[in-house]
Write a protein that binds this ligand. Sequence first.
Ligand SMILES: [Zn+2]
Length: 227
Amino acid sequence: MTTLGASTWPTIASGAARILLLPLGSTEQHGPHLPLDTDTRIATACASTAADRRPDTVVAPALPYGASGEHTGFAGTISMGTEALATVLVEITRSMTPPLDRLVLVNGHGGNAAAVDDAIRRCDADGRPLHAWWPRIPGGDAHAGRTETSLMLAIASELVDLDTAARGNTTPLDELAPALRRDGVAMHSPTGVLGDPTGASADEGHQLLELLVADLTGFLDALTVPD
Ligand SMILES: [Zn+2]
C-alpha cells in the first residue's frame, strides 16, 4: 500500500492512483479501555486495507480531529467542531490536483456526520464531487462497546486494556441520541462507554474489518463504474 505522505509528486503524477482515501477520525474519549485515537485508527485500517486491493487508490494522512462536542468533559477529548471540520473538508477537496480527481472520506466517527453532509453539499455546488463512506455494522454498538473493542483488538491490541473494559449505557443509540446531544455523553455514561465491550475478541475484530473493507471496496467499485 502506498501512502500519499510517503510518495513524491512525480510518483503520484505518473502513478495509477486516481482516488484519494482520506481517513477521518476523532480525538475523543473511548472509555477507560480504548485510546483517544480509536476512530482514527479504525478509519485508517479500513482505508489502508482497501488500498492494498485497489491500485487506483492512495491513502492520505488521516485527519485526527473531528466534531466531538458530545464528549466534552472527558480528559483528552479535543474537538474542532462541525463548522470548522466542514470547511477543512471543502478546502481539501478544492485543492485536489489531477491525476487525483476523487476524494473519498473514510469516516470513523459518527459525530462527524453533519460536517461531512455539509461539505458534500458545498462541494457539489462547486462542481467538485466529494464522497463519503461510513462503516456500518448491523447490530454493532455505539461507542467503545464490543464492536470498536473487537476492531481495536485486531488493529492495535497493545492499546486495549481489557481489565478496565466494562459495560456502559446500553440504551440503543437511536433512543439515546437526543439526550446525548442535549446533555453530553458524561451525564448518561460516567465511563464514556455506550455499549458493552464484554466478549470482544481479535478474531471478531478481524471478521468485522473484513466486512468493512469488502463494503468499502464495493463502494469504490460503484464510484468507478464507467458511464
Ligand atoms: Zn469511536
